[in-house]
Design a protein around this ligand. Structure first.
Ligand code: G
Ligand code: G
Ligand code: MN
Ligand code: NA
Length: 257
């Protein structure tokens, strides 16, 4: 049996799961959201997301998987608005293949109405590469999403090739600073470190463009301290928690607050 056939079966039989990694508001220390991350348990083991997501993308199955992710993540966000924070926001990762269908924004709109969920409960993460390589085919959907109140974030920012002029024309709410630039913020050599300069520059850019800033891959308190004083709004990483199944996330959030 091929990996693709197994993946289809996993989607149909409930072996795909969403895990949730908390997002912390640095100024208040509160849990204000999460990123939903797919996990596939296959014959007792977890398959690496990068592997099965690329299989899903090249086969087109990502469209169906993406619809399932969207619905699960929205339902969870609604629940956590009641249970954890009234402004809770859930971020989902969206692949090019989903946006190129041209019907993603409509799908989101219908789902939010059907489930009675506020658009501000959802954030859509696209990669910098997607945004730059194929902007024309995805911009109309991104504009619709933003107009209805869904946030748009650029993931892994700093690793792609952004044209700044282009960035300014995109419907955007959030920049997620790639963990490569966050990791060295705590090193002793950081004053002379080029990666720190890039992190600082991204934060300056985000602030000038009035975007909110999320740092990914925060593992040490010294990194969080630096990010907070530099004006970064939110942080995500192993310092707080890895991605967790829904029940474990709830337990974590209750004892965190
Ligand atoms: O936890 P981590 O190894 O899960 O994630 C690996 C990569 O898989 C990340 O780049 C993330 O963006 C991607 N990914 C995780 N969940 C999803 C999903 O639901 N949809 C898409 N398109 N990508 C995802
Ligand atoms: O969508 P994105 O490419 O940002 O996916 C997040 C990835 O980063 C996932 O694979 C997740 O498991 C991983 N991750 C989350 N927090 C940390 C962290 O603090 N350190 C490292 N090294 N990886 C992390
Ligand atoms: Mn992401
Ligand atoms: Na990322």
């Amino acid at each position: 049996i091929s990996l693709l056939a197994d993946l289809k079966l996993a989607l149909d039989t409930g072996f795909l799961q969403l895990y949730y990694q908390p997002k912390i508001h640095l100024a208040s220390g509160r849990v204000v959201g999460a990123e939903a991350l797919l996990r596939w348990r296959h014959q007792q083991n977890y398959v690496a997301p990068d592997l099965f997501i690329s299989v899903a993308e090249s086969s087109g199955l990502i469209v169906e998987i993406g619809s399932w992710v969207l619905q699960q993540a929205c339902l969870q966000s609604k629940r956590w608005r009641a249970l954890i924070d009234p402004d809770f926001k859930m971020a989902i990762n969206v692949s090019m293949g989903q946006l190129q269908q041209g019907s993603f924004a409509n799908e989101v709109a219908h789902l939010l109405v059907d489930l009675a969920i506020a658009p501000s409960a959802l954030e859509v993460e696209i990669t910098e590469t997607m945004a730059m390589l194929d902007a024309d085919s995805i911009l109309p959907d991104l504009r619709k999403l933003q107009q209805m109140g869904v946030s748009i974030a650029i993931d892994d920012f700093g690793t792609g090739f952004s044209s700044l002029g282009h960035l300014q024309n995109m419907p955007l709410n959030t920049l997620k600073i790639d963990r490569a630039f966050v990791q060295e913020l705590a090193s002793p050599e950081m004053a002379s470190n080029g990666k720190k300069a890039i992190a600082d520059t991204i934060m300056q850019l985000g602030s000038n463009l009035r975007l909110s800033l999320v740092a990914e891959g925060v593992e040490q308190q010294t990194q969080a301290d630096y990010l907070k004083q530099a004006g970064c709004d939110f942080a995500q990483g192993y310092l707080y928690s890895p991605a967790l199944p829904a029940a474990a996330f709830e337990q974590w959030a209750v004892q965190w607050q």
